[in-house]
Every structure is written in C-alpha cells, then in structure tokens.
Design a protein around this ligand. Structure first.
Ligand code: AMP
Ligand code: MG
Length: 346
C-alpha cells in the first residue's frame, strides 16, 4: 500500500504547489492519477520503462495491452513517433481533444509502454489539469484509464479514490469527466483511418477530415477465439458488472412494456432512460439520461455500471444504443459489458 497524496484541483494555474508536486512525481518515475475530458488516467513518464511497468502492476493490466502516451502539444508527436500528413490533418481538426492516433514509434518510447508493438498511441488531452501536468513535468505521460483492470473506467473522484487510493503516488481530482467514455482510437494506414475504438470524435467527424475512414469489425462484433485484434485491449473482458447484463433491442414502446412486466419480479435492475423511471418504478431503475441525449448517457454509463455492481440485482437490463454518431461509442462499451448478450423484444 502506498501513502497516496490526494489533491483536489479547482484551478490548476493557481494551485502551483499541488501541480508541481504531481509533475515532480512524474519526473521521479512515480504514478499520478489525473483527470482528462474522457476518463481519469493513471500516468507515468512514458520514456521510463520501469515507471510504465508499475502502471501495469497497479492496475493488474496484462502487459501486452499497450498504453496511450499523452502530450501537451500535438506538434510534439514527432519526438516520439513518425508523423504523417494524415496525422497532421487529424491533429489540426481534433487536438487537443478526445482522439488517439496510432503511429510508428521512435526508440525513445520503450517497448514496455507499447506492449512490444512497433507502434505507439498518441493523444493530446484538452482537460486543463491534464495539460498543465504534462507541460510542467516536461515528459510525455503514458496513461491508461485509472481503473482496476476489467472494471469500468473511472469518471468521477469517487471512482478513482475507490480504485487507486494506496496504488498511485499522487491523485489529482477535479470533478466528473465531461465526456465519460474513453478516446476514439484510429490507426492510420497511409491516407486511410481505421477506427479501433469509437469515442466522442465520431465516424462522421473523421469523414469530414479524411477521405477514407472505416470501422474495425472488432468495434461492434465479437472476436473469434484465437483472433488477434488490431487493438490488443479489444480482446480483454471489460466493463462487465457481476450480474448478467442484457441489452434490449426493439420498438421503444414494446421494450418499455417488457421492462414494466419484468420489474414485477423485483430481481432486475434497469439502466433506463429518465422518462421511463416512473413507469418501471424508481426502486428498480438507474436512469442514464433522456432517450434523445446520447451525451448525457455517455457521461453516466460507467458510473451506472459501477452502481449496478453495488446492488443485489440478479440481472441488469439496458437499451441497445444506435450505431450512429456518439451512439457507436456507447454501443461498443455496452455490448462488451453485456458480453454481446442482446435480447430482441418483438
Ligand atoms: P486505455 O488506456 O485503458 O483507454 O486503453 C488504451 C487502448 O489503446 C487499449 O485498448 C489498447 O489496446 C489501445 N492501444 C494502445 N496503444 C496501441 C497501439 N500501439 N496499437 C493498437 N492499439 C493500441
Ligand atoms: Mg481502460
């Protein structure tokens, strides 16, 4: 157990002492939890192999699941990776922001960070605390989500303190994450971008910048037993609550009728839309947001999955999201949490 220093940051430009302490910890090869606009990250100096190895240990993360490196300025990517024209276009359009780009790595990034791959994932977060931490530390920061491996990513101070108090050296908290789902990850193949993980930078937004954009089959489908995904993280069990999680697909009125009937047995929990709570009964509901508000649903998803785990529900139901816009990111996280269990309601 580490003696974790915890700082609540209200203004990272004014709280110099706290920010300097965290930046020094990064330079000293220690582990620092920090907020980003997507989810909280567990960071260490990305040029220090031993520091990076400690991230895997603290999370219980398999060492072949590579880390994303976080930089303060998109133009710095060239120090750590081979930058291409497509990267520059994406950086101009979406950085700082919730987009990660996979590029050929340079030697300065140790294999421990990239799980032995010759590529590295690069992202420039827009969150001011994240930005200031990277800038002050003068290091690229390797950081996966700050959850214990297999658990939903942390989106609130409560989640990070639950998972990382005693495991990280410093924890910076600054409220709930704005987006609540991890970054979009794209692999660049010449002028083509392949979405390996959907996020708040959507397929449509990427199509406005690059001519060829595709979505990896692993985003919506199920991997075969011995299949090697382009993004190693895709093969691991993720986000799943302890009770079975089932996604309901069908006409909205019919799905609501099913939920109301099923609620009578009092053993199920519903990750429902706000407007359905009264009909189903609020004791059995974890409302995730209004039906038409995917942003709120995205912000609440991981928190709801964590809350679901603290109940004694025998089964958890949710709505199958659309595969369009931000819905694709929700779909990807939810089908994985549900181990691809979809029940069609006719
Ligand atoms: P996390 O940091 O927990 O959001 O997870 C990072 C994700 O990025 C994982 O799914 C990794 O498999 C993926 N990733 C990181 N680096 C690479 C890379 N070089 N190639 C493909 N996927 C990567
Ligand atoms: Mg993660």
């Amino acid at each position: 157990m580490k003696n974790t220093q915890i700082f609540t940051i209200h203004d990272c430009l004014k709280q110099r002492a706290e920010m300097e302490t965290a930046a020094r910890a990064i330079r000293d090869g220690k582990l620092v939890v920090f907020p980003t606009e997507t989810v909280y990250g567990l960071g260490a100096d990305a040029t220090n192999a031993d520091a990076a190895k400690n991230i895997f240990l603290a999370k219980g993360r398999p060492s072949d699941n590579p880390l994303i490196i976080h930089i303060a300025d998109p133009d710095e990517a060239g120090i750590y990776a081979e930058v291409t024209e497509s990267y520059k276009k994406l950086a101009d359009a979406f950085m700082p922001g919730p987009l990660t780009v996979i590029l050929k790595k340079k030697d300065i990034i140790p294999a421990a960070v990239t799980g032995g791959l010759d590529t590295v994932a690069v992202r420039c977060p827009s969150d001011p605390v994240a930005h200031e931490l990277i800038r002050l530390s003068k290091k690229p920061i390797a950081a996966p989500s700050a959850n214990l491996s297999g658990k939903p990513s942390p989106t609130s101070p409560e989640h990070v303190l639950h998972d990382m108090n005693g495991r990280a050296d410093v924890i910076l908290v600054s409220g709930d994450c704005e987006i609540g789902l991890e970054s979009t990850i794209v692999l660049l193949k010449g002028d083509e971008a392949v979405i390996l993980r959907p996020g708040a930078v959507t397929y449509d937004a990427l199509c406005c910048v690059l001519e060829k954009v595709s979505v990896s089959e692993a985003v919506t489908g199920q991997l075969k037993e011995d299949e090697r995904p382009l993004s190693p993280g895709m093969k691991y069990r993720h986000y799943a609550p302890t009770a079975p999680f089932v996604l309901l697909d069908g006409d909205s009125q019919k799905v609501l009728r099913f939920c109301c009937e099923r609620a009578k047995d009092k053993d199920a929990l519903f990750l429902c839309f706000d407007e359905e709570t009264d009909a189903i009964g609020k004791d059995f509901c974890l409302p995730v947001g209004p039906r038409d508000d995917l942003r709120t649903q995205a912000r609440n998803l991981f928190s709801s999955l964590r809350k679901a785990d603290t109940t004694d529900a025998k089964i958890i139901y949710g709505h199958l999201p659309p595969k369009t816009g931000l819905g694709l990111a929700l779909y990807n996280r939810m089908i994985r949490a549900a181990a691809h269990t979809i029940q069609e309601i006719k």
